[in-house]
Ligand binder design. Structure first.
Ligand code: ATP
Length: 198
């Protein structure tokens, strides 16, 4: 069965931590089989702070060039009004009725998952592929996994933590501190040439 990773975020900007999440889901053993999406789609939320949707989309496309199995979908940017993850998952459920969908999330999103709009419906339509963002939180993640397993399928990817966030990159850029090691080179060039986040 085809497995598709769905990967949402504000990507403001997209960085190596996001790519790490996609790669980890593809490559890591999870103790429950592999999340292993054959194809991975990055979708974006329509936030407008810091950088426009068009700029964030352009940066996502540049970053996706570095991962052969990853494509960018702009459905959330095109949707007007509030955009919920459940709407995106419904859309992909309809588009790929035969595929197994795996929603890829970092541990921050995973731990707050039961506060998401229609989270139970999300778990009926898609599995979760989870990567830790903080060393030492594995026990907490396992507890959340044990709870959510009664509602759906949860893959915890056993990979090292890669600590970076878009917030840190924006802060470094503002403070004139180097941030180039956290992003694909073409994204760094895009940020500099478009005077983003300065
Ligand atoms: P911000 O600092 O602006 O809040 P962010 O770096 O957390 O942004 P988002 O675009 O909000 O990035 O995150 C999109 C998804 O990627 C979320 O599921 C988030 O948990 C995950 N993610 C972000 N950074 C990492 C990372 N370093 N490792 C694993 N997952 C990550």
């Amino acid at each position: 069965m085809q497995r598709i990773g769905l990967f949402g975020g504000s990507f403001n900007p997209i960085h190596n931590g996001h790519l790490h999440l996609a790669k980890a889901a593809k490559e890591a053993g999870t103790g429950q089989g592999r999340a292993d999406p054959g194809k991975c789609l990055a979708v974006q939320t329509g936030v407008r702070r810091h950088a426009s949707g068009a700029d964030r989309l352009a940066m996502c496309r540049l970053a996706a060039e570095t991962l052969s199995f990853c494509e960018v979908d702009s459905c959330e940017l095109e949707r007007s009004g509030v955009s919920y993850t459940v709407d995106t998952v419904r859309l992909f459920r309809e588009r790929y009725p035969e595929a197994e969908l795996v929603l890829l999330v970092g541990s921050d999103m995973f731990l707050s998952f039961t506060r998401w709009h229609c989270w139970q419906e999300i778990l009926e339509m898609a599995a979760l592929g989870v990567v830790s963002r903080m060393t030492g939180d594995l026990e907490q993640l396992r507890r959340q996994q044990a709870f959510l397993l009664q509602y759906g399928k949860i893959f915890l990817c056993d990979v090292p933590v890669y600590t970076v966030s878009s917030t840190k990159i924006r802060e470094n850029r503002k403070n004139h501190t180097d941030f180039s090691c956290y992003l694909p080179q073409k994204v760094v060039q895009y940020i500099v040439s478009h005077n983003l986040y300065d």
